[in-house]
Design a protein around this ligand. Sequence first.
Ligand code: PEP
Length: 259
Amino acid sequence: MANSQRRPIIAGNWKMFKTTPEAVAFTEALNKRVQGHATLPEILLCAPFTALTTVNDAIKKLNAPFAVAAQTMDHRDNGAFTGEISPLMLLDINVRWVLIGHSERRQYFNEIDDTVAAKTVAALKYGMTPVVCIGEELQEREAGLTDRVIEQQVRAVVDLIAPSELSKVVFAYEPVWAIGTGKVCEAEEANRVCKLIRTLIAEYGPAEQTRILYGGSVKPESTSALMSQSDIDGGLVGGASLDPDTFFAIIEQACLVKA
Ligand code: PEP
């Protein structure tokens, strides 16, 4: 059983999938599934920028127990940065959650620890909740460098954060070799790394309230083992979040072990 003081989060990262009608259909379908469930985790729909407003409107209309999250943002308020979206722009459309430093951003869009840290600081400055993604690559794991990589990624962020803000950051441990590959990290090993993350945060201030998620090929079948770990406070789900039935099955499993 997880620490009951930390409300679990199940976040669906849709990546570059779903047009606005598809996003609304998903939101309606998922809302039907969650009816009658009293103790739900926080449920985030990380929609593409183009669907954020539409999904937010659907959530409001349905009074659905979900929140939208952006999949990235720039750390600056505004400026000549063609194609970028700023925290002010997200707040303007009532988006208060944002993924930061997803491994696909690091891999394809040159995001590095410094930009991830700057974006986290920017999110906190505007009262948004950053979900900071960290994780080692396969060759790093095979070289025995997992803990060193995690330490470097965690310190880059928490070095810039006041102790009083540590509980406002959500971390997602996402081993890169497990993302979109079908290879899920063993629950005990995922928990060991999540515990390491908490121990590192604790060097800077209170860490007991900080929520740490696991991500990497989470499926309904693997949810229960992962979510029953002491330091895993929820899941960041990619491929399995695209279908409302599968995503709901993950939510349901999480409810069973976290309730
Ligand atoms: C992700 O996008 O963060 C992710 C973990 O993807 P998947 O669940 O498909 O591995």
